[in-house]
Ligand binder design. Structure first.
Ligand code: NAD
Length: 370
């Protein structure tokens, strides 16, 4: 079987600790899961700055462009608070997203039954929840020009951000959403603000057109983004895939994610356009959380967001759906058995360390595949 090349970029803080756990999972799939992953490792963030004076070296950047998927930990920490802005740790992450043209950000919100009581919502509202937010990541108001603060000369200033979307950007992100919906429950909800924004009118038109042109088998619904925010906390199980722009996606994906519990549980994927020759998409998989300097080095980090990010790589980069399902089941099983890192433990509950949680998930892979 042809090997798949993974570039592991642990980064800083707990990024390094959780990457050790995902390596155990990768080793399991190589030894017992019928797969062949070759891994290379690089530096990003503060650790790259310490070694090279920049947030990612050209050599590691070239490896990221050439590999089949990047598995990314987290960057940042107080040690690098005072480094120059353009080489700050986050610049490494932004460079990866930009150069790899990762325009589609996928954030699942899944409620593991064992953690349903940890949600701020009632159990019946979130138990069994499994939705996917697809956020446009490289356009919209975060990047549109003009973007400036101008002095009006009368003691007033004006801050300007510009929301801009072109047809092709909406077509490609909605195409990703429709294709993902086909592998799930076949429904897409598109969210914008067409009632007050011209970019929302265009978004709505182009999503409908894209649907008409190739995805009529998928159910499409349009919802104003503010109403969508309300519906997400009222009855989130009505959704399957939500597609939305960069700004609304930023907020709605945080809302959806927190329906289900701790930052330590939340994976993500960022995908680029399919390569014209191979059809493969550039891709990066990373937990939603940061480098958690407050707990780094204490063995308290929850590795599940990182391991579940690798499950997304199996699903979306390698189309190994059965292998991804197995890993998701192993995660659910350790939670069912009551294993908890500190961030997801209830008061007085016994906790396990980062490496104990990783080992338990690997043992569960063994048990489930025996
Ligand atoms: P954070 O996500 O690192 O931590 C927020 C809180 O959640 C902390 O209390 C932390 O201990 C806890 N937490 C996070 N992940 C956890 C896990 N896996 N297990 C258990 N607990 C976990 O956010 P922050 O504290 O605002 O930022 C810390 C650093 O991380 C900053 O330098 C920030 O810029 C950076 N950051 C990086 C990324 C990224 O690399 N993608 C994302 C967010 C923040």
């Amino acid at each position: 079987m042809a090997s798949q090349n993974l570039l592991l970029l642990p980064g800083d803080g707990i990024g390094q600790e959780i990457m050790l756990e995902v390596k155990k999972v990768i080793a399991w799939y190589n030894a017992k899961g019928g797969m062949s992953f070759e891994t290379d490792e690089g530096l990003v963030g503060g650790s790259a700055y310490d070694a090279h004076g920049k947030a990612i070296s050209e050599e590691d950047m070239a490896k990221a462009m050439a590999c089949d998927a990047v598995i990314f930990g987290a960057v940042g920490g107080p040690k690098w608070d005072d480094v120059p802005y353009d080489v700050r740790p986050e610049a490494g992450l932004l460079r990866l997203r930009k150069d790899m043209e990762l325009f589609a950000n996928l954030r699942p919100a899944i409620c593991y039954p064992a953690l349903a009581d940890a949600s701020s919502l009632k159990r019946d509202v979130i138990e069994g929840l499994d939705i996917l937010i697809v956020r446009e990541l490289t356009g919209g108001v975060y990047f549109g020009e003009p973007k400036e603060i101008i002095d009006l000369g009368n003691g007033q200033k004006r801050g300007i951000d510009t929301q801009v979307y072109d047809t092709y950007e909406i077509e490609r992100i909605s195409g990703v959403a429709f294709e993902l919906a086909r592998t799930r429950r076949n429904k897409v909800t598109s969210m914008e603000k067409r009632n007050v924004m011209k970019s929302g009118v265009l978004w709505n038109e182009v999503v409908s057109q894209t649907h008409q042109n190739g995805y009529q088998d998928v159910e499409l619904e349009h919802m104003l983004a503010d109403a969508g925010g309300m519906q997400l906390v009222r009855w989130p199980k009505q959704f399957d895939v939500i597609v939305t722009d960069n700004l609304f996606g930023d907020m709605l994906s945080d809302v959806a994610a927190m329906l289900t519990g701790s930052l330590g549980m939340l994976p993500s994927a960022s995908l680029g356009a399919p390569d014209g020759v191979t059809g493969k998409r550039k891709a990066m998989y990373e937990p939603v959380h940061g480098s958690a300097p407050d707990i780094a080095g204490t063995g308290a980090a929850n590795p599940i967001a990182m391991i579940a990010s690798f499950s997304m790589a199996l699903r979306y980069s390698f189309e190994e759906v059965a292998a991804a399902d197995l890993l998701d089941k192993a995660i659910a099983a350790v939670l069912d058995k009551g294993l908890r890192t500190k961030d997801i433990a209830s008061e007085g509950q016994a906790t396990v360390s980062t490496s104990e949680m990783g080992d338990a998930i690997v043992a569960e892979l063994d048990a489930l595949s025996a």
